[in-house]
Design a protein around this ligand. Structure first.
Ligand code: GRF
Length: 211
């Protein structure tokens, strides 16, 4: 399975994917930010990198068209959004229908959008977490592949909660990608995600932390 990863910054999720010895080929890592640390992580793993700075394009449509052209040079079976901080146009998302996944730092459908950890604390929720999902034209709303939950503790700050969630992101993103590569996570016609043949079926879509 050929995989193209899109990033905007730190790249810790990219690193978790690259270090997981997955049965995939990372064809390219593309960033919309020149200074993204993740570019160095990709290079250190021998993965080709490209930068497409969205500020160089007249509007979202022009950037998304150029981005898709760059991605398609690598003929990916799957495009992975790993901290890619740009909303993608409907036509882009439709072009990659069923082969575009994202990681979101909340238990969707709770807290789509930005500042999820601040909002989880302000909302008084006792459980928070992260979600790997297929991307559809509705932002942060596609079929859920895998989630991990963590407690929200009384002394938590957004930073401490983010760190706890991030450790789980680094577990479930490689897990989801491995299961997709193995053909074991199937997006059914009725919209649900079926964990096909997983021995771990009972826990296939919810991973609880064991820390
Ligand atoms: C992660 O929290 C991810 O869930 C969100 O953006 C952050 C990216 O972090 N979409 P990193 O670049 O992978 O370290």
């Amino acid at each position: 399975m050929r995989v193209v990863v899109l990033i905007s910054g730190r790249g810790s999720n990219l690193q978790a994917l690259l270090e997981a010895a997955l049965p995939v080929e990372f064809a390219c890592v593309i960033s919309n930010q020149t200074a993204a640390q993740g570019l160095e992580i990709a290079a250190a793993h021998g993965v080709p990198t490209r930068v497409l700075n969205h500020r160089d394009y007249a509007d979202r449509a022009a950037f998304d068209t150029a981005l898709a052209a760059e991605i398609d040079l690598h003929a990916p079976d799957l495009v992975v959004l790993a901290g890619f901080m740009r909303v993608l146009s409907d036509s882009f998302v439709r072009h990659y229908e069923r082969r575009l996944i994202n990681i979101h730092p909340a238990l969707l459908p709770a807290f789509p959008g930005l500042n999820t950890h601040e909002r989880a604390i302000a909302g008084g929720v006792k459980l928070h977490g992260c979600t790997v999902h297929f991307v559809t034209t509705e932002v942060d709303a596609g079929p859920i592949l895998v989630q991990a939950a963590v407690p929200v503790l009384p002394a938590d700050t957004p930073a401490s909660l983010a760190a706890r969630v991030l450790r789980q992101e680094h577990r479930i993103f490689p897990l989801a990608l491995r299961w997709i590569a193995q053909g074991r996570l199937v997006w059914r016609a009725d919209g649900g995600v079926y964990a096909d043949g997983l021995a771990e079926a009972a826990s296939a879509v919810l991973v609880s932390p064991n820390e």
